[in-house]
Design a protein around this ligand. Sequence first.
Ligand code: NAD
Length: 332
Amino acid sequence: MSNIRTFGVVGSGIIGAGWAARALAAGLDVLAYDPETGAEARLRKKIDQIWPVLERTGLFPEASPERLTFCDSLEDVAKGCQFIQESAPERIDLKIKLHAEIDAAAAKETIIASSTSGLLPSEFQAQCVHPERIIVGHPFNPVYLLPLVEVLGGNKTEPQSLDAAVDFYRSIGMYPLRVRSEVPGFLSDRLQEALWREILHLVNDDVATPAELDAAIAYGPGLRWALWGACQIFHLAAQPGGMGQFLKHFDPSLFPWTRLDPPEITDALAQKMHEGCETLAGDLSIDEMEQVRDDALIGIIESLQKRNLGAGRVFNEHQQRIQDAKNGNEGP
Ligand code: NAD
Protein backbone atom coordinates (compact mmCIF):
# COMPACT_ATOMS: atom_id res chain seq x y z
CA MET A 1 0.00 0.00 0.00
CA SER A 2 1.34 3.40 -0.97
CA ASN A 3 1.35 6.20 1.63
CA ILE A 4 0.86 8.76 -1.11
CA ARG A 5 -2.51 10.46 -0.72
CA THR A 6 -1.97 13.73 -2.60
CA PHE A 7 -0.55 13.80 -6.10
CA GLY A 8 0.90 16.96 -7.63
CA VAL A 9 0.52 17.91 -11.28
CA VAL A 10 2.90 20.59 -12.56
CA GLY A 11 1.91 21.49 -16.12
CA SER A 12 -1.62 20.40 -17.04
CA GLY A 13 -1.41 20.00 -20.83
CA ILE A 14 -2.00 16.70 -22.62
CA ILE A 15 0.23 14.67 -20.34
CA GLY A 16 -0.43 16.51 -17.06
CA ALA A 17 -4.20 16.15 -17.59
CA GLY A 18 -3.72 12.43 -18.22
CA TRP A 19 -1.79 12.09 -14.94
CA ALA A 20 -4.45 14.06 -13.06
CA ALA A 21 -7.17 11.76 -14.43
CA ARG A 22 -5.23 8.61 -13.54
CA ALA A 23 -4.53 9.81 -10.00
CA LEU A 24 -8.14 10.91 -9.44
CA ALA A 25 -9.36 7.50 -10.66
CA ALA A 26 -7.13 5.93 -8.01
CA GLY A 27 -9.00 7.90 -5.33
CA LEU A 28 -6.17 10.36 -4.66
CA ASP A 29 -6.37 14.08 -4.02
CA VAL A 30 -4.75 16.04 -6.82
CA LEU A 31 -3.20 19.50 -6.66
CA ALA A 32 -2.44 21.06 -10.04
CA TYR A 33 -0.51 24.10 -11.23
CA ASP A 34 -0.15 25.57 -14.73
CA PRO A 35 0.61 29.25 -15.36
CA GLU A 36 -1.21 29.49 -18.68
CA THR A 37 -4.41 31.56 -18.78
CA GLY A 38 -7.48 29.31 -18.80
CA ALA A 39 -5.49 26.24 -17.78
CA GLU A 40 -7.83 25.33 -14.91
CA ALA A 41 -10.96 25.40 -17.10
CA ARG A 42 -9.20 23.32 -19.77
CA LEU A 43 -8.05 20.76 -17.22
CA ARG A 44 -11.48 20.40 -15.63
CA LYS A 45 -13.11 20.05 -19.06
CA LYS A 46 -10.59 17.37 -20.02
CA ILE A 47 -11.20 15.42 -16.80
CA ASP A 48 -14.96 15.56 -17.43
CA GLN A 49 -14.42 14.22 -20.96
CA ILE A 50 -12.17 11.42 -19.72
CA TRP A 51 -14.24 10.37 -16.69
CA PRO A 52 -16.60 7.98 -18.58
CA VAL A 53 -13.49 6.16 -19.87
CA LEU A 54 -12.19 5.84 -16.33
CA GLU A 55 -15.57 4.52 -15.17
CA ARG A 56 -15.23 1.76 -17.74
CA THR A 57 -11.72 0.76 -16.69
CA GLY A 58 -12.32 1.04 -12.94
CA LEU A 59 -12.49 3.64 -10.18
CA PHE A 60 -11.34 3.33 -6.61
CA PRO A 61 -14.21 3.78 -4.12
CA GLU A 62 -13.20 7.32 -3.14
CA ALA A 63 -12.44 8.47 -6.69
CA SER A 64 -13.98 11.77 -7.72
CA PRO A 65 -13.14 14.66 -10.07
CA GLU A 66 -13.97 16.88 -7.10
CA ARG A 67 -10.73 15.83 -5.47
CA LEU A 68 -8.93 18.08 -7.94
CA THR A 69 -7.74 21.45 -6.62
CA PHE A 70 -6.15 23.95 -8.96
CA CYS A 71 -3.48 26.03 -7.18
CA ASP A 72 -2.32 29.58 -7.88
CA SER A 73 1.32 28.82 -7.19
CA LEU A 74 3.85 26.10 -7.80
CA GLU A 75 4.79 26.32 -4.15
CA ASP A 76 1.29 25.32 -3.01
CA VAL A 77 1.51 22.13 -5.09
CA ALA A 78 5.05 21.39 -3.96
CA LYS A 79 4.19 21.81 -0.28
CA GLY A 80 0.93 19.89 -0.36
CA CYS A 81 1.88 16.63 -2.13
CA GLN A 82 3.81 13.43 -1.41
CA PHE A 83 4.43 12.77 -5.10
CA ILE A 84 4.85 15.43 -7.79
CA GLN A 85 4.78 14.77 -11.50
CA GLU A 86 6.29 17.53 -13.62
CA SER A 87 4.79 17.70 -17.15
CA ALA A 88 5.90 21.12 -18.41
CA PRO A 89 7.20 21.74 -21.96
CA GLU A 90 10.25 19.75 -23.05
CA ARG A 91 12.87 22.48 -22.57
CA ILE A 92 15.93 21.71 -20.50
CA ASP A 93 16.34 25.26 -19.12
CA LEU A 94 12.71 25.34 -17.98
CA LYS A 95 12.86 21.86 -16.46
CA ILE A 96 16.08 22.60 -14.51
CA LYS A 97 14.53 25.77 -13.09
CA LEU A 98 11.22 24.07 -12.27
CA HIS A 99 12.94 21.19 -10.51
CA ALA A 100 14.96 23.64 -8.39
CA GLU A 101 11.77 25.50 -7.41
CA ILE A 102 9.80 22.35 -6.61
CA ASP A 103 12.77 20.93 -4.68
CA ALA A 104 13.10 24.11 -2.61
CA ALA A 105 9.44 24.06 -1.57
CA ALA A 106 8.65 20.33 -1.19
CA ALA A 107 9.27 18.23 1.92
CA LYS A 108 12.47 16.26 1.44
CA GLU A 109 10.61 12.91 1.37
CA THR A 110 8.43 14.01 -1.55
CA ILE A 111 9.27 12.23 -4.80
CA ILE A 112 9.66 14.56 -7.78
CA ALA A 113 9.17 12.81 -11.12
CA SER A 114 9.46 14.27 -14.60
CA SER A 115 7.39 13.15 -17.59
CA THR A 116 10.21 14.14 -19.96
CA SER A 117 10.31 12.19 -23.20
CA GLY A 118 14.08 11.85 -23.21
CA LEU A 119 15.98 14.47 -21.15
CA LEU A 120 18.17 13.15 -18.38
CA PRO A 121 17.36 13.22 -14.65
CA SER A 122 20.99 14.06 -13.73
CA GLU A 123 20.49 17.39 -15.47
CA PHE A 124 17.31 18.10 -13.48
CA GLN A 125 19.25 17.49 -10.25
CA ALA A 126 21.79 20.24 -11.03
CA GLN A 127 20.29 22.94 -8.80
CA CYS A 128 18.44 20.78 -6.26
CA VAL A 129 19.24 20.63 -2.55
CA HIS A 130 17.67 17.16 -2.29
CA PRO A 131 18.50 15.54 -5.65
CA GLU A 132 18.17 12.04 -4.16
CA ARG A 133 14.38 12.09 -4.76
CA ILE A 134 14.49 13.33 -8.36
CA ILE A 135 13.47 10.72 -10.92
CA VAL A 136 12.04 10.39 -14.43
CA GLY A 137 8.66 8.68 -14.85
CA HIS A 138 8.05 8.76 -18.59
CA PRO A 139 4.43 7.93 -19.48
CA PHE A 140 2.62 7.40 -22.78
CA ASN A 141 -0.38 9.23 -24.17
CA PRO A 142 -3.18 8.66 -23.13
CA VAL A 143 -1.64 8.42 -19.66
CA TYR A 144 -4.97 7.40 -18.09
CA LEU A 145 -5.17 4.25 -20.26
CA LEU A 146 -1.67 3.13 -21.24
CA PRO A 147 0.07 1.44 -18.30
CA LEU A 148 3.72 1.87 -19.37
CA VAL A 149 5.86 4.29 -17.39
CA GLU A 150 9.65 4.23 -17.83
CA VAL A 151 11.39 4.87 -14.52
CA LEU A 152 15.00 5.97 -14.10
CA GLY A 153 17.18 8.01 -11.80
CA GLY A 154 20.10 10.39 -12.23
CA ASN A 155 23.60 10.29 -10.72
CA LYS A 156 22.33 11.45 -7.35
CA THR A 157 19.05 9.54 -7.13
CA GLU A 158 18.77 7.17 -4.15
CA PRO A 159 17.61 3.62 -5.03
CA GLN A 160 14.88 3.97 -2.36
CA SER A 161 13.33 6.83 -4.33
CA LEU A 162 13.15 4.65 -7.43
CA ASP A 163 11.65 1.77 -5.42
CA ALA A 164 9.04 4.10 -3.92
CA ALA A 165 8.15 5.50 -7.34
CA VAL A 166 7.81 2.01 -8.82
CA ASP A 167 5.50 0.97 -5.95
CA PHE A 168 3.44 4.10 -6.34
CA TYR A 169 3.06 3.84 -10.10
CA ARG A 170 2.03 0.20 -9.72
CA SER A 171 -0.57 1.19 -7.12
CA ILE A 172 -2.25 3.50 -9.65
CA GLY A 173 -2.47 0.75 -12.27
CA MET A 174 0.73 1.28 -14.24
CA TYR A 175 3.50 -0.96 -15.53
CA PRO A 176 6.71 0.66 -14.25
CA LEU A 177 9.64 -0.35 -16.44
CA ARG A 178 13.00 0.32 -14.76
CA VAL A 179 15.50 1.71 -17.26
CA ARG A 180 18.92 0.50 -16.11
CA SER A 181 21.06 3.18 -17.74
CA GLU A 182 20.53 6.89 -18.05
CA VAL A 183 20.32 7.02 -21.85
CA PRO A 184 18.66 9.92 -23.71
CA GLY A 185 15.27 8.92 -25.12
CA PHE A 186 15.15 5.94 -22.70
CA LEU A 187 13.85 2.72 -24.32
CA SER A 188 10.47 3.18 -25.94
CA ASP A 189 11.14 6.54 -27.57
CA ARG A 190 14.41 5.29 -29.02
CA LEU A 191 12.42 2.54 -30.73
CA GLN A 192 9.70 4.93 -31.84
CA GLU A 193 12.24 7.44 -33.13
CA ALA A 194 13.95 4.85 -35.33
CA LEU A 195 10.60 4.11 -36.98
CA TRP A 196 9.76 7.80 -37.16
CA ARG A 197 13.00 8.72 -38.97
CA GLU A 198 12.30 6.06 -41.58
CA ILE A 199 8.72 7.33 -42.02
CA LEU A 200 10.01 10.86 -42.63
CA HIS A 201 12.49 9.62 -45.26
CA LEU A 202 9.84 7.61 -47.09
CA VAL A 203 7.45 10.60 -47.21
CA ASN A 204 10.27 12.99 -48.12
CA ASP A 205 11.32 10.76 -51.02
CA ASP A 206 7.69 10.40 -52.19
CA VAL A 207 7.90 6.65 -51.72
CA ALA A 208 4.70 6.58 -49.63
CA THR A 209 2.10 8.83 -48.01
CA PRO A 210 1.48 9.08 -44.26
CA ALA A 211 -1.76 7.11 -44.80
CA GLU A 212 0.08 4.25 -46.53
CA LEU A 213 2.75 4.14 -43.86
CA ASP A 214 0.15 4.11 -41.09
CA ALA A 215 -1.60 1.23 -42.89
CA ALA A 216 1.73 -0.59 -43.00
CA ILE A 217 1.71 -0.53 -39.19
CA ALA A 218 -1.96 -0.61 -38.18
CA TYR A 219 -3.08 -3.57 -40.32
CA GLY A 220 -0.10 -5.72 -39.51
CA PRO A 221 2.81 -5.31 -37.09
CA GLY A 222 0.94 -2.83 -34.86
CA LEU A 223 -1.73 -5.41 -34.02
CA ARG A 224 0.77 -8.00 -32.85
CA TRP A 225 3.00 -5.53 -30.99
CA ALA A 226 0.19 -5.12 -28.43
CA LEU A 227 0.68 -8.75 -27.36
CA TRP A 228 4.45 -8.98 -27.33
CA GLY A 229 7.16 -6.68 -28.56
CA ALA A 230 9.22 -7.11 -31.72
CA CYS A 231 11.66 -9.67 -30.23
CA GLN A 232 9.13 -12.28 -29.14
CA ILE A 233 7.09 -11.84 -32.30
CA PHE A 234 10.16 -12.48 -34.49
CA HIS A 235 11.12 -15.46 -32.32
CA LEU A 236 7.69 -16.92 -33.08
CA ALA A 237 7.99 -16.13 -36.78
CA ALA A 238 11.01 -18.37 -37.35
CA GLN A 239 10.19 -21.83 -36.09
CA PRO A 240 11.50 -24.37 -35.33
CA GLY A 241 14.78 -22.53 -34.79
CA GLY A 242 13.33 -19.40 -33.15
CA MET A 243 15.40 -16.25 -32.80
CA GLY A 244 18.68 -18.02 -33.64
CA GLN A 245 17.24 -19.03 -37.00
CA PHE A 246 15.59 -15.65 -37.48
CA LEU A 247 18.89 -13.80 -37.15
CA LYS A 248 20.44 -15.98 -39.86
CA HIS A 249 17.54 -15.45 -42.29
CA PHE A 250 16.98 -11.79 -41.50
CA ASP A 251 20.49 -10.61 -40.70
CA PRO A 252 20.05 -6.81 -40.78
CA SER A 253 23.26 -6.48 -42.82
CA LEU A 254 21.38 -8.19 -45.68
CA PHE A 255 18.89 -5.33 -45.64
CA PRO A 256 21.01 -2.18 -45.62
CA TRP A 257 18.34 0.10 -47.04
CA THR A 258 16.97 1.69 -43.88
CA ARG A 259 18.54 4.93 -42.65
CA LEU A 260 19.11 6.00 -39.10
CA ASP A 261 19.96 9.66 -39.77
CA PRO A 262 16.85 11.83 -40.02
CA PRO A 263 16.05 13.83 -43.14
CA GLU A 264 16.04 17.63 -42.95
CA ILE A 265 12.56 18.85 -41.97
CA THR A 266 11.95 21.16 -44.92
CA ASP A 267 8.71 23.12 -45.37
CA ALA A 268 7.76 20.74 -48.17
CA LEU A 269 8.19 17.69 -45.94
CA ALA A 270 6.28 19.29 -43.07
CA GLN A 271 3.43 20.10 -45.45
CA LYS A 272 3.30 16.59 -46.88
CA MET A 273 3.22 15.11 -43.37
CA HIS A 274 0.56 17.50 -42.12
CA GLU A 275 -1.71 17.18 -45.14
CA GLY A 276 -1.33 13.41 -45.07
CA CYS A 277 -2.46 13.25 -41.45
CA GLU A 278 -5.34 15.66 -42.05
CA THR A 279 -6.53 13.37 -44.86
CA LEU A 280 -6.36 10.42 -42.51
CA ALA A 281 -8.39 12.23 -39.86
CA GLY A 282 -11.16 12.90 -42.42
CA ASP A 283 -14.16 14.62 -40.83
CA LEU A 284 -13.30 13.59 -37.29
CA SER A 285 -12.46 16.35 -34.80
CA ILE A 286 -9.58 15.84 -32.34
CA ASP A 287 -12.09 15.15 -29.53
CA GLU A 288 -13.84 12.54 -31.69
CA MET A 289 -10.55 10.92 -32.64
CA GLU A 290 -9.62 10.69 -28.95
CA GLN A 291 -12.93 8.97 -28.22
CA VAL A 292 -12.42 6.49 -31.05
CA ARG A 293 -8.86 5.83 -29.85
CA ASP A 294 -9.90 5.29 -26.23
CA ASP A 295 -12.82 3.04 -27.13
CA ALA A 296 -10.65 0.90 -29.41
CA LEU A 297 -7.85 0.75 -26.85
CA ILE A 298 -10.28 -0.50 -24.21
CA GLY A 299 -11.43 -3.18 -26.65
CA ILE A 300 -7.83 -4.33 -27.19
CA ILE A 301 -7.12 -4.23 -23.46
CA GLU A 302 -10.26 -6.30 -22.71
CA SER A 303 -9.16 -8.88 -25.23
CA LEU A 304 -5.74 -9.05 -23.56
CA GLN A 305 -7.40 -9.25 -20.12
CA LYS A 306 -9.23 -12.45 -21.13
CA ARG A 307 -5.80 -14.00 -21.76
CA ASN A 308 -4.09 -12.24 -18.82
CA LEU A 309 -1.53 -11.12 -21.39
CA GLY A 310 0.66 -8.01 -21.62
CA ALA A 311 -1.22 -4.84 -20.64
CA GLY A 312 -4.29 -7.02 -19.91
CA ARG A 313 -2.49 -8.52 -16.92
CA VAL A 314 -1.79 -5.03 -15.54
CA PHE A 315 -5.48 -4.15 -15.83
CA ASN A 316 -6.53 -7.43 -14.20
CA GLU A 317 -4.22 -6.79 -11.25
CA HIS A 318 -5.41 -3.22 -10.90
CA GLN A 319 -9.08 -4.16 -11.05
CA GLN A 320 -8.41 -6.71 -8.30
CA ARG A 321 -6.83 -3.90 -6.26
CA ILE A 322 -9.97 -1.81 -6.78
CA GLN A 323 -12.15 -4.75 -5.75
CA ASP A 324 -10.08 -5.22 -2.59
CA ALA A 325 -10.49 -1.55 -1.77
CA LYS A 326 -14.25 -1.82 -2.29
CA ASN A 327 -14.27 -4.81 0.06
CA GLY A 328 -12.63 -2.63 2.68
CA ASN A 329 -9.14 -3.98 2.24
CA GLU A 330 -6.16 -1.90 1.16
CA GLY A 331 -6.42 1.40 -0.71
CA PRO A 332 -4.16 2.22 -3.67
P1 NAD B 1 1.73 20.40 -23.45
O1 NAD B 1 2.28 21.54 -24.21
O2 NAD B 1 0.42 19.81 -23.85
O3 NAD B 1 1.63 20.81 -21.90
C1 NAD B 1 2.61 21.51 -21.23
C2 NAD B 1 1.93 22.38 -20.17
O4 NAD B 1 2.92 22.96 -19.34
C3 NAD B 1 1.11 23.54 -20.79
O5 NAD B 1 -0.22 23.48 -20.31
C4 NAD B 1 1.86 24.79 -20.31
O6 NAD B 1 1.00 25.89 -20.02
C5 NAD B 1 2.49 24.27 -19.03
N1 NAD B 1 3.62 25.08 -18.59
C6 NAD B 1 4.38 25.98 -19.26
N2 NAD B 1 5.29 26.54 -18.44
C7 NAD B 1 5.08 26.00 -17.20
C8 NAD B 1 5.70 26.21 -15.92
N3 NAD B 1 6.68 27.07 -15.77
N4 NAD B 1 5.22 25.49 -14.89
C9 NAD B 1 4.23 24.60 -15.04
N5 NAD B 1 3.61 24.37 -16.22
C10 NAD B 1 4.04 25.08 -17.29
O7 NAD B 1 2.88 19.30 -23.46
P2 NAD B 1 2.72 17.73 -23.15
O8 NAD B 1 2.58 17.00 -24.45
O9 NAD B 1 1.71 17.54 -22.09
O10 NAD B 1 4.19 17.38 -22.63
C11 NAD B 1 4.57 17.62 -21.30
C12 NAD B 1 5.81 16.78 -20.98
O11 NAD B 1 5.50 15.40 -21.16
C13 NAD B 1 7.02 17.05 -21.88
O12 NAD B 1 8.18 16.91 -21.14
C14 NAD B 1 6.90 15.95 -22.93
O13 NAD B 1 8.14 15.64 -23.52
C15 NAD B 1 6.40 14.82 -22.09
N6 NAD B 1 5.68 13.75 -22.81
C16 NAD B 1 4.81 14.05 -23.83
C17 NAD B 1 4.14 13.02 -24.48
C18 NAD B 1 3.13 13.30 -25.58
O14 NAD B 1 2.77 12.34 -26.26
N7 NAD B 1 2.62 14.50 -25.73
C19 NAD B 1 4.34 11.68 -24.07
C20 NAD B 1 5.21 11.42 -23.02
C21 NAD B 1 5.88 12.46 -22.39
